[in-house]
Design a protein around this ligand. Structure first.
Ligand code: HEM
Length: 491
């Protein structure tokens, strides 16, 4: 008898590669044993999994949407960080191994690439393995610059976009980076960031040519990106105190529960629950620039004519005038960007019905997350709190929902990890601004641990390295705002 519930499926139109529907190898497999190894593994192996009733999870998930008032804004986190979080997820869960080798090793037990912050979702297999991503026409930049797409002047699309095929699909290593217009524009910004770094490096070191120029530019890009992950993004998500505890200025990273020394892996507690905190930050609408404002995440319109405001669904060319002005998403030169929503137990309503899902199919994002947590046999929030020595949350807020007494009692006794992480963030003193002890510990140890055990990372290659050479608001530091500014302006 299987003790694992059937995997929920993310209902999308056939062929759509939603972030999440391209489930990395290992995570889609029903776990065979708590000692399961490979790309995915466990952080807390000895903790038991609650055996919640499926209907209890569906009832809770359906209730986790905006109620009378939508979630407030998080004054500490501009909205570019939501999609940067998604971009990071894709980088560490992407494996550009050929389909053939995946087929030969479906469980990724031996033949898989370690999850790393190496931007393989941007660079693919490099200029020789993925030549379609690279410039080969201009002699002095052959195999050095990444290719952008260009639309003709008179087309209904923006001039600059990702490269796309005749059917509008982006030609990029990881199709998930095209699933919505914000993450696809962020991918585009990384292409431009790389190309601007190439020109900067070429000017500073004219002797570098071809493969050597590419390698140096890729190193500069990757190290600055890694810096942003652990020194800008992470402290905003988990708080500066915990970030500094995990990654002290001097000395070794301090990890207590995540030990990737035998081979890096992604713990299911991270991918199945804690890192999904990002779903609660998603806004229902976004302003893309000064002109195109209030664009809904998904469209509820049945026909193109009804679809006056458009929507942010990806997998299509960028409509004219829709180029993102990043000053609306992150602070650049004193701009006042849109903020993420608070990290809490309320998700924006559109996430209750994902594009392509069938009405009433129970495939809203909160339900999927809760059912995925059960299928992955994640421990309860309380069990993890106890394991890390934190006081379990007493005010779980489950009485706000219309749940049966039996369901409520069961969910209160052993709270699903994803809900628990969000509730912990929502409660005082964090008030939705950052993750709490359980969520912060899981997210922080995994992000720091993956970097600390990557032999190519700046932490391993040059532990005292600080960002240099690219313009930054604060010398020796580098933020997502600095990165997007340099990507756009090039200086
Ligand atoms: C518009 C925004 C987003 C949408 C529509 C979306 C949708 C989804 C869907 C449908 C899944 C699969 C659910 C399942 O069947 O288990 C998923 C998984 C996941 N999402 Fe999101 N997501 C969004 C943004 C984010 C953000 C901002 C983060 C983190 C900062 C995030 C983190 C994750 C993680 C870690 C997973 C599981 C692993 C993976 O497949 O990558 N997502 N998401």
């Amino acid at each position: 008898m299987s003790i694992v519930e059937q995997e929920p499926t993310t209902a999308t139109a056939e062929g759509e590669t939603h972030h999440g529907t391209l489930i990395p190898r290992g995570q889609d497999a029903v776990p065979r044993s708590p000692l399961f190894e490979g790309r995915f593994g466990r952080m807390f192996r000895s903790l038991p999994a609650p055996r919640h009733d499926r209907d209890a999870l569906i009832a809770l998930g359906k209730a986790m949407a905006d109620r009378e008032a939508p979630s407030g804004d998080n004054p500490k986190i501009p909205s570019a960080y939501t999609y940067f979080g998604q971009f990071v997820d894709h980088d560490i869960t992407f494996d550009p191994l050929s389909e053939l080798s995946k087929f030969n090793d479906p469980d990724a037990l031996t033949n898989f690439r370690s999850p790393r912050f190496d931007l393989d979702s941007l660079y693919g297999n490099g200029p020789s393995g993925s030549p379609f991503l690279y410039e080969f026409a201009k002699a002095d930049r052959r195999g050095v610059r990444l290719l952008e797409g260009r639309n003709p002047e008179d087309s209904p699309f923006e001039r600059r976009d990702l490269q796309r095929n005749a059917q509008g699909r982006a030609i990029i290593p990881d199709p998930r980076n095209d699933e919505n217009i914000i993450v696809s524009q962020l991918h585009h910004a990384f292409i431009r960031f790389h190309n601007n770094v190439v020109e900067k490096v070429a000017k500073a070191q004219p002797a570098l040519k071809g493969a050597a120029l590419f390698a140096e530019a890729r190193r500069v890009v990757t190290w600055h990106y890694q810096w942003v992950v652990v020194h800008d993004f992470l402290p905003r998500i988990i708080g500066e105190d915990l970030a500094n505890e995990l990654l002290p200025d001097a000395g070794e990273p301090q990890l207590r529960f995540f030990d990737p020394r035998e081979g890096a892996f992604i713990p299911v507690e991270f991918s199945g629950a804690a890192y999904r905190y990002g779903h609660s930050q998603v806004r229902p609408t976004y302003d893309l620039n000064d002109i195109v404002v209030g664009v809904p995440l998904f469209s509820a319109a049945k026909t193109a004519d009804e679809d006056i405001l458009g929507h942010l669904n990806g997998f299509r060319p960028l409509p004219a005038l829709w180029t993102i002005d990043w000053r609306h998403f992150v602070e650049i030169d004193g701009s006042q960007p849109q903020l993420t929503r608070e990290i809490d137990t309320q998700l924006a309503k559109p996430l209750l019905k994902l594009p392509g899902s069938i009405d009433g199919a129970n495939t809203g994002l909160p339900v999927l997350n809760l059912r995925r947590g059960k299928a992955l046999q994640l421990p309860s929030g309380q069990a993890v709190a106890q394991a890390i020595g934190a006081t379990p949350v007493s005010n779980l807020g489950l009485d706000r929902f219309n749940l049966s007494a039996a369901h409520r009692a069961a969910l209160e006794a052993e709270t699903p990890l994803w809900y628990y992480v969000l509730r912990e963030a929502e409660n005082a003193p964090r008030n939705g601004q950052r993750l709490g002890p359980v969520g912060g510990r899981i997210v922080g140890e995994v992000l720091v641990g993956l970097l600390a055990h990557d032999p190519q990372s700046f932490l391993r290659q040059q532990p005292t390295w600080k960002p240099q050479g690219l313009k930054a608001v604060k010398a020796g530091h580098f933020t997502l705002g600095d990165l997007l500014r340099f990507a756009t302006i090039g200086q």
